[in-house]
Ligand binder design. Structure first.
Ligand code: C2E
Ligand code: MG
Ligand code: MG
Ligand code: MG
Length: 273
C-alpha cells in the first residue's frame, strides 16, 4: 500500500545498500522499471492570475513505486540526472503534458509549465524531440512555459544560452524557477532569454513572519519591473502572504493556500463554474 514518504528522503534508497555506486545501480534499474511499467504520473498545481482565475498550471512529476509508495521528485530526480535517465523521463513528462493539453484547455488553462533539468538542454536533439511531440498532439509552443533553475549555466553546458534562445524564438515562454536561491541570479537574467521569474518559496514564506525579510520579495519585484519580466510567487501558504503579494501585483500566484498539486481529474474543482 502506498505510504507518503514525507521527509524521510533517501531512507529506502540507502537502506541495505552499502555503497553509493551500488545504490545508483539499484535506482537506475528501478527507474528503468518505472518507465517500462508506467509508474510515473503527473500532478498539476494551479496558478492563479490577478482575477483569481486558474489560467496556468505547473506539471509536477510523481513516482508511484510498487513497494515504496509515492516517491518525491526531490528524491529521484537528482539520481535520474546522475544516471542520465532524466532524458527519457523528461521526454515522458513533455509527452504527457501534450497529451493532457486538450483537457487542460477545457478547464480554462492557457499555459502549462514544465520543469527542465539542465542535462536536457545539453542534448542536441532536444528541440527536434519537442517539435515532434508538439506536432503529434497539435500543441503550440505558446502553450508551454519551460521552467529552468539557476544551475543551467553551471558545468559544461555551454550551449544552454543558445538553446534557450532558440526555444524562446520558437515561442516557448522561459521561466527562471526558485529565483533568488542560487548563486548568480542576476547573471542568469543577463545572459538568458528569461520572460518570467518565480520567487522562491523561502522568500514568500518570510511574509508575515516576525522579523521576516519581506524586503527581499519587494526587491525581486523591483528588479522584475525594471527588466520587464513577469513575476510568479511560489509557495503561498497563508492569506496574509497572498494579500501582501496581491497588493504588489504579481502576474501569477501559486501555493498550497491556492491549491495543491492534484491529478488532472481533480483539477476541475479549480475551474470556473
Ligand atoms: P519546483 O519546480 O520549484 O516545484 C515546486 C515545488 O514546491 C513542488 O514540489 C510543489 O509541490 C511544492 N509546493 C508548491 N506550493 C507549495 C507551498 O505552498 N508550500 C510548500 N512547502 N511547497 C509547495 P515537488 O512536486 O515535490 O517538486 C520538487 C521539485 O522537483 C520541483 O521544484 C522541481 O524542481 C522538481 N521536479 C518536479 N517535477 C519535475 C519534472 O517533471 N522534471 C524535472 N526536471 N524536475 C521536476
Ligand atoms: Mg518549477
Ligand atoms: Mg520552484
Ligand atoms: Mg525547486
Amino acid at each position: 500500500k502506498a505510504k507518503r514518504r514525507g521527509n524521510h528522503n533517501f531512507e529506502w534508497f540507502s537502506h541495505d545498500i552499502n555503497s553509493k555506486v551500488e545504490r545508483h545501480v539499484v535506482v537506475r534499474h528501478e527507474l528503468q522499471e518505472a518507465l517500462n511499467n508506467d509508474e510515473f504520473r503527473l500532478v498539476y498545481q494551479p496558478m492563479t492570475n490577478a482575477a483569481g482565475e486558474m489560467r496556468s498550471v505547473e506539471a509536477l512529476l510523481r513516482w508511484q513505486h510498487p513497494q515504496q509508495g509515492e516517491v518525491s521528485p526531490a528524491e529521484f530526480i537528482p539520481i535520474a540526472e546522475h544516471t542520465g535517465q532524466i532524458i527519457s523521463i523528461g521526454r515522458w513528462v513533455f509527452e504527457q503534458v501534450c497529451r493532457d493539453m486538450g483537457r487542460l484547455i477545457q478547464l480554462g488553462v492557457q499555459t502549462v509549465s514544465v520543469n527542465l533539468s539542465p542535462l536536457q538542454l545539453s542534448r542536441n536533439r532536444f528541440i527536434e524531440d519537442l517539435d515532434t511531440t508538439l506536432a503529434k498532439y497539435q500543441v503550440q509552443p505558446e502553450q508551454i512555459t519551460l521552467e529552468i533553475t539557476e544551475n543551467v549555466l553551471v558545468n559544461e553546458l555551454t550551449h544552454a544560452p543558445e538553446l534557450l534562445q532558440a526555444l524562446h524564438e520558437r515561442g516557448f515562454t522561459i521561466a527562471l524557477d526558485d529565483f533568488g536561491s542560487g548563486y548568480s541570479s542576476l547573471r542568469y537574467l543577463h545572459e538568458l532569454p528569461i520572460d518570467v521569474v518565480k520567487i522562491d518559496r523561502v522568500f514568500t514564506q518570510q511574509i508575515g513572519l516576525k522579523n521576516g525579510k519581506e524586503s527581499i520579495v519587494r526587491a525581486i519585484m523591483a528588479i522584475a519591473a525594471e527588466l520587464k519580466l513577469k513575476v510568479i510567487a511560489e509557495g503561498i501558504e497563508t492569506a496574509e502572504q497572498l494579500d501582501f503579494l496581491q497588493a504588489r501585483h504579481c502576474d501569477g500566484y501559486q501555493g498550497f493556500y491556492l491549491g495543491r498539486p492534484v491529478p488532472i481529474q481533480e483539477l476541475i474543482q479549480y475551474a470556473p463554474a
